[in-house]
Ligand binder design. Structure first.
Ligand code: MIC
Ligand code: SF4
Length: 641
């Protein structure tokens, strides 16, 4: 039987386990990436392992999230990251150099390699034929220490592309179509592998956009073949030496196949408040728009901005619209500056934003009360923009640009002034904002301002957990609900300070109620519906609740990265054996778990709801290795043994 691309690369990197769908495997990791908002904690964790220098092929540390610098905290973080990178052998991408996934694609990703990154959109690099997986910071720290990474050997969903995109329909619409089909939950331990005759019509930046938002479906990664388009892109970046062809075998067997005829695809839009709520732009055409933002790791490539420039050429944005454009990297910035696109943007009335995450993570550009914001990024969770009452819609750059001119939502189908964008033969490549580490770390001093805290600490698991259902939440609770970013991001390096904002937008009384229980040595329990912890990879969504006394999350289902983060920090991820039992527990109920250690080993728990005088059967959602870390109170404790 022939192999898929996914299994070919996994086979080359297999360290432990069998390549059988559903079985736990561990793989060798060639490359790692971190970004500043998760990176400070990851390097503090790496430092606590007492290893001189990173042991994987390539480790890159980006500064792209916390670049607003209101107060000293962000800059302190950058200085810590710059110096710890020099000390530990990590390449450092300075603030202003661009968004991690865009720069990684331009400068470092290679077909056939494996990458883990402390950011959920790490799978963007699947566009270059790399297995690229989002993970918590601690898992990335361990990969930098040369240790393998564990995943469940995935189910491979083949996405067969036929036909050709029509003018005005783009890669963003392809992935929105995939989201319409697969939704934002229930896709754990699967991957998307793209194949079919239309693959060769898509350039690497388009493929990267498609792989980027596979993260929203919850798949472990997405991947495209490495072919002549891959070679073209690498050559244009002076990196063709790293090219190798990788295609699925003719007789490769997919677990499932979904076909998209690109010729029939139309412009799509994700409506509030989930990237899985898909409509056609046509249906909502005419909707008034207050703000348009173009950028983020999904749609900020040179190709994306070139399309926007062609649409905005000679036009001015509508009076009621604020338009912001953030180029994804300095490479993109330089290229739009040289070819005149930047002048077009300025003349059209756009506000030029820094090459960084910026608006996407709610760092700035919050929309007005009840207003409508059209964005090219990947997440539109409630409140993520910084304005709870705002309605954020996700669209392609074409839809965004045309709508900015009109002031109303416009479908770009057949309305764009180009058929296709011809990519340059050579890109502007300048690595001067990358700092490569010195050969020897001797004499390198790590700078730690007052914002740099300590790595998280936790106690071994107690055999009895008695406490309260401190919070009961519904379905699709994202990590943005658990641990807000935006204005709170600057506390990422300081666990006690950041913990004050756990569940801020859901129930601001949670931290004080949890701390009161913790201080009485009682356990905090969170009860949740399905797909708990979807969204980002931020391990703070485990570390901070753990600091407040959270001992167990009891849910209908929990998303992959968050489940790993819970185990890494000693919090029990428990699933209802019968989903209907979710209705039995009320917030405030007194809950008890007995024989915890034995139950962890057996993987089955009986929860006693003292208030209701009822027993509820729960299953532990953890691998054998994760069971060991839960008993020890987290992965760092396990490693110290
Ligand atoms: C996001 O898009 O939510 C983030 C901010 O990039 C996160 C990482 C973080 O919270 O620092 C992610 O996607 O993992
Ligand atoms: Fe940055 Fe947004 Fe991409 Fe996250 S999704 S890495 S915040 S641009």
């Amino acid at each position: 039987m022939g192999l898929t691309i996914c299994y070919k690369i996994l086979k080359e990197h297999l360290v432990e386990g069998r390549l059988v769908k559903g079985e736990p495997i561990s793989i060798r990791i060639d490359q790692t990436l971190t970004q500043d908002a998760t990176g400070t904690m990851a390097y503090l964790e790496f430092e606590s392992m007492n290893i001189d220098r990173v042991r994987n092929e390539l480790a890159v540390s980006y500064v792209d999230h916390n670049t607003v610098q209101v107060g000293f905290e962000n800059f302190d973080d950058h200085e810590y990251l710059r110096t710890v990178a020099a000390k530990k052998g990590v390449v450092f991408s300075r603030a202003g150099n661009g968004i991690c996934h865009q720069v990684q694609l331009e400068r470092f990703a290679l077909p056939g390699k494996t990458l883990i990154g402390s950011d959920s959109h790490t799978p963007t690099q699947g566009g270059l034929g790399e297995i690229a997986i989002g993970a918590g910071g601690l898992d990335v720290a361990l990969a930098m220490a040369g240790l393998p990474f564990s995943i469940i050997c995935p189910k491979v969903i083949g996405i067969r592309l036929t036909g050709k995109l029509r003018a005005g329909v783009s890669a963003k619409d392809v992935i929105l179509k995939v989201l319409e089909k697969f939704g934002v939950k229930g896709n754990v331990n699967s991957v998307f592998e793209y194949f079919g005759p239309a693959v060769s019509s898509l350039s690497v930046p388009e493929r990267a956009t498609i792989c980027n938002m596979g993260a929203e479906c919850g798949v472990t990664f997405s991947i495209f073949p490495s072919d002549e388009r891959t070679y073209e892109f690498l050559k244009a970046h002076g990196r063709e030496d790293g090219y190798r062809e990788i295609r699925a075998d003719e007789d490769a067997l997919y677990d499932d196949v979904y076909e998209i005829n690109l010729s029939e695809l139309e412009p799509l839009i994700a409506t509030p408040h989930s990237p899985g709520n898909i409509s056609s732009v046509r249906e909502l055409e005419g909707m008034k728009v207050n703000q348009v933002l173009i950028g983020s790791c999904t749609n900020s490539s040179y190709m994306d901005l070139k399309k926007v420039a062609k649409i905005l050429e000679g036009k001015t944005i509508a009076p009621g619209v604020s338009l912001g454009i953030a180029p994804g990297s300095r490479e993109v910035f330089e290229m739009i500056s040289e070819d005149g696109s930047l002048t077009t943007f300025i003349k059209a009335g756009a506000r030029i934003l820094e090459s960084a995450c910026g608006f996407c993570i709610g760092n700035h550009q919050s929309p007005g009360t009840d207003s409508i914001s059209l964005r090219t990024n990947n997440r539109n969770f409630e409140g993520r923009s910084g304005t709870k009452s705002a309605k954020v819609y996700l669209v392609s750059p074409e839809t965004a640009a045309l709508s900015a001119i009109s002031g109303k939502l416009v479908s770009p189908l057949g309305r764009v002034p180009f058929d296709e964008i011809v990519l340059p033969e050579h890109y502007y490549c300048d690595d001067s904002m990358l700092i490569f580490p010195p050969k020897s770390s001797e004499g390198v001093e790590i700078l730690r301002g007052p914002n740099i805290g300590a790595p998280p600490a936790s106690m071994p698991m107690a055999n009895e957990l008695k406490g309260t259902a401190t919070l009961k939440v519904g379905d699709k609770i994202t990590t943005d609900h658990i641990m807000p970013a935006g204005a709170r991001l600057k506390y990422r390096s300081n666990i006690p300070a950041y913990s004050e904002f756990v569940f801020e937008g859901v129930d601001p009384t949670f931290p004080s109620r949890a701390k009161a229980l913790r201080d009485e040595k009682r356990a905090v329990f969170v009860i949740a519906g399905s797909s708990y912890g979807q969204g980002s990879s931020r391990e703070h969504a485990a570390i901070c609740p753990q600091y407040l006394g959270l001992r167990a999350v009891i849910a209908k289902s929990i998303e992959r990265i968050h489940q790993a983060n819970l185990c890494n920090f000693g919090i029990l991820p428990l699933l209802f054996d019968s989903e209907g039992d979710y209705d039995l527990i009320e917030q405030g109920d007194e809950l008890e778990l007995h024989d915890v250690i034995d139950s962890i080993e057996r993987g089955v728990f009986t929860l006693f709801d003292k208030t209701k005088n009822k027993e509820i059967k729960l299953n532990l959602f953890a691998s054998e290795e994760q069971k060991k870390m839960l008993i020890k109170g987290g992965k760092l404790n396990l490693l110290k043994d």
